[in-house]
Design a protein around this ligand. Structure first.
Ligand SMILES: N[C@@H](CCC(=O)N[C@@H](CS)C(=O)NCC(=O)O)C(=O)O
Length: 213
């Protein structure tokens, strides 16, 4: 059976992304949560992941690490799951917006770390962080012009998995959005599999000092 190695569900945004992609495939899988921010975290992660980072996917003798590589592997293993759009141009766009998420938005990631079970009042963001938010909203609006409710149409794809932790951040930090982007935030937040992750995060008793302070 496939096994995915994750960090704490409250904080590990990179773990959430391929976990959602796995859920889209419908394949059965096991989970292993490695508690973050512990003295032995690095050593424990390295038992599974050569990069020393989670997530990692274990498929028999094969280990695949890094969120986007796992999404690509799942797409190849489960082509019927539609993890990328069927149309080549749309697929290229979905990969572009996913890569932009994977390699960017450092200000938002640093200032508004994922705390999926928390809700805080809005505080004005630094200009650089607001610029990240504005770019994300522009990406969403452009994708949603074709009708939504997901970024690339009627079904969730890997791009929605990549942006789900951003939806969670917008909610946690009460970052205002309107129109199609707001409808998207609400739609993703209501996604039953995302709510399954949130429920597990709420039940988590692990403490991660760096992420909490
Ligand atoms: N580029 C990686 C980033 C993975 C990453 O930074 N994971 C964090 C947890 S969200 C981690 O493993 N941190 C190790 C640690 O806290 O010791 C990916 O996309 O999977």
């Amino acid at each position: 059976m496939l096994k995915i190695v994750l960090g704490n569900k409250k904080y590990s945004s990179w773990s959430l992304r391929p976990w959602l992609a796995l859920k889209i495939t419908g394949a059965p899988f096991e989970e292993q949560v490695v508690p973050l921010d512990m003295p032995d975290t690095a050593q424990n992660i390295r038992k599974y992941s050569p990069s020393g980072r989670v997530p990692a996917l274990i498929d028999g003798a094969l280990t695949v690490w890094d969120s986007i590589a796992i999404c690509e592997y799942l797409n190849e293993k489960f082509p019927q799951a539609g993890l990328w759009p069927a149309d080549a141009a749309q697929r290229a766009r979905a990969r572009s917006v996913s890569a932009e998420m994977h390699s960017g938005f450092m200000n938002l990631r640093n200032d508004c770390s994922m705390r999926i079970v928390e809700q805080r009042p809005y505080k004005p963001l630094r200009a650089e962080t607001q610029a990240d938010v504005d770019r994300i909203v522009a990406i969403w609006n452009e994708c949603l012009e074709k009708g939504g409710p997901w970024l690339f149409g009627a079904k969730p794809c890997a791009a929605d998995c990549m942006y789900a932790p951003v939806v969670s951040r917008f909610r946690t930090y009460s970052i205002p959005v309107s129109g199609a982007a707001k409808a998207y935030v609400d739609h993703v937040w209501a996604w039953p599999v995302l709510q399954e992750w949130v429920a597990a995060a709420r039940a988590e008793t692990l403490r991660a000092k760096f992420h909490e302070d």
